[in-house]
Design a protein around this ligand. Structure first.
Ligand code: BG6
Length: 491
């Protein structure tokens, strides 16, 4: 089965931080794939911009090396790479002075009528400077957008300030706050599953659902990002954005359409309905963890403090939270969320556990009746599993068995699974904001997260050690088992 590609208008993508890590690993490969799939209209250009003094040719060489290293086997096609490199340009600009901005303007003026997108793949500390320079040098046309990467602030106050700064140069409809989890195929499938099937929505509430689990487990450690990570921690790095977005899509009311405002209005209501966690209840409802030395798939690995090279730190590399949503649909249904580095494996999923049947008609010999579970698997092996009780085949009375209707998308559709950035980068050109975070959403997420951070500080809640390669601290297991439930730990 092949997917339908609708070409986008010609564009100029200016990537600030164009020679950085995100451009190298994600943005350039994603754009290359969209070219191969025939999504570009000509003339379309990608312009790298950063402080390093590179020529166009040197930037093309950088991009070629990046594609060579980061594309999967069989995806590198010399002719396509040449074609891709021919659309690359580079300008050296300084975010804090006027150096280079006239050259950038001159280059962009060659394509005044094209869609123009500025991607800020840089440290948030210079988001404001860059957006101001773009404004002052009159680079904003009618069809200009700006894309900002997380983190958008480190608390509510800094997020407000950052949003204000960007908002001085750009209108809200021009600002695309990217959360790459929203571009993941299965995350969008969650909406398809809920809103394109009659089956689930009538059951999608506190009458039929016992609880929800959201796990985003990683096997990697700091990956050379100690400087950033140690000042952030798992709550800011993963929960404030990716996990709360997953929670919103799972819990939101049915929007009236897929219109970006309709969807984001509903997500916002969920964020606003989250039960506050603060110094009074944070110790019962949250667990903070930090990995110690252990083993990952590839062998022994260092502990977090050793990776910090002797540092002392109370930063959490794991967090588990029992969240609750104060509304009719979800009253009394806990949403257990957890995420961590150096866990047993890389696995992200949303598990919906339905309530047990109200009355069993089978005798004990039939065996235990498990509650139905719907498992939405984001990665690896994206797909959906629905567990059901069936009769064990063959004669000999009624024996019940828990089986899964298992749909792996890779097997079902036999197509390449595009990286999240591919879709999101094109949505920016199409000016479709459905999968991007609106200002009020980001701020509402911080409003819930800030009191947790403050609660940890006030109560002095310490990180609990866990051995690398496990599922996190034992306190996280206790968090859910106290309620008579268990984590879904299948990899
Ligand atoms: C990023 C976090 O936003 O998401 C990283 O900053 C994390 O710490 C990454 O590793 C996970 O993304 P993915 O797509 O690999 O699950």
């Amino acid at each position: 089965m092949s997917s339908q590609i609708i070409p986008v208008e010609p564009f100029d993508y200016v990537v600030f931080g164009g020679s950085g890590d995100l451009a190298e690993r994600k943005l350039l490969p994603a754009l290359y794939h969209r070219q191969i799939e025939g999504q570009f209209s000509e003339p379309t250009r990608v312009i790298g911009a950063s402080r390093s003094p590179l020529t166009h040719e040197e930037y093309r060489k950088f991009a070629k090396d990046a594609l060579n290293e980061h594309l999967k086997k069989g995806e590198y096609d010399e002719a396509e790479v040449q074609k891709f490199c021919a659309r690359l340009y580079y300008v050296s600009v300084d975010a804090r002075t006027d150096a280079g901005w006239d050259q950038l303007k001159k280059l962009l003026d060659e394509g005044k009528d094209r869609v123009r997108a500025f991607y800020l793949a840089v440290a948030p500390g210079i988001f404001g400077d860059i957006s101001q320079k773009i404004h002052d040098h009159k680079l904003i046309t009618k069809s200009t957008r700006i894309v900002v990467e997380k983190p958008i602030g480190r608390d509510l106050a800094s997020a407000l300030q950052l949003n204000d700064t960007i908002g001085r140069a750009f209108k809200e409809e021009q600002i695309f706050r990217i959360d790459h989890y929203l571009g993941k195929e299965t995350v969008q499938n969650l909406m398809a599953l809920r809103f394109a099937n009659a089956l689930y929505e009538p059951l999608w509430n506190a009458n039929y659902i016992d609880h929800v689990q959201i796990t985003v487990a990683e096997s990697v450690g700091l990956e050379g990002r100690a400087g950033y990570y140690d000042t952030a921690g798992a709550l800011r790095d993963m929960v404030q954005n990716h996990i709360l977005q997953l929670l919103c899509l799972t819990a939101m009311e049915v929007p009236s359409s897929m219109d970006s405002e309709a969807v984001r209005d509903e997500k916002l209501k969920v964020l606003r309905a989250l039960k506050p966690l603060n110094a009074s209840n944070v110790e019962q409802a949250t667990v903070r963890g930090q990995y110690r030395a252990g083993a990952s798939g590839s062998g022994p690995v260092k502990g977090y403090l050793e990776e910090l090279e002797g540092g002392v730190s109370n930063t959490e590399t794991f967090v588990a939270i029992k969240a609750e949503i104060n509304n009719w649909r979800w009253a009394g249904v806990p949403f257990y969320i957890r995420t961590g580095k150096r866990l047993t494996g890389r696995m992200s999923e949303i598990v919906i556990t339905f309530k047990p049947i109200p009355h069993a008609i089978f005798d004990q010999a039939a065996g235990r009746i498990n509650a139905n579970q719907l498992i939405i698997r984001l990665q690896p092996d994206e797909g959906v599993k629905q567990s059901l009780m069936i009769k064990d085949p063959g004669p000999g009375g009624m024996r019940l068995r828990n089986v899964s209707l298992d749909m792996s998308f890779a097997q079902a559709f036999n197509v390449r699974n595009p990286d999240a950035y591919e879709r999101l980068l094109m949505d920016v050109i199409r000016s479709n904001q459905t999968l991007f975070m609106r200002r009020d959403e980001v701020e509402a997420a911080w409003k819930w997260v800030d009191p947790i951070l403050k609660g940890w500080e006030t109560t002095g809640q310490q990180v609990q050690g866990y051995t690398a390669g496990t599922w996190g601290p034992s306190q996280a297991i206790a968090l859910i088992e106290r309620d008579g439930r268990t984590w879904h730990d299948e990899i």
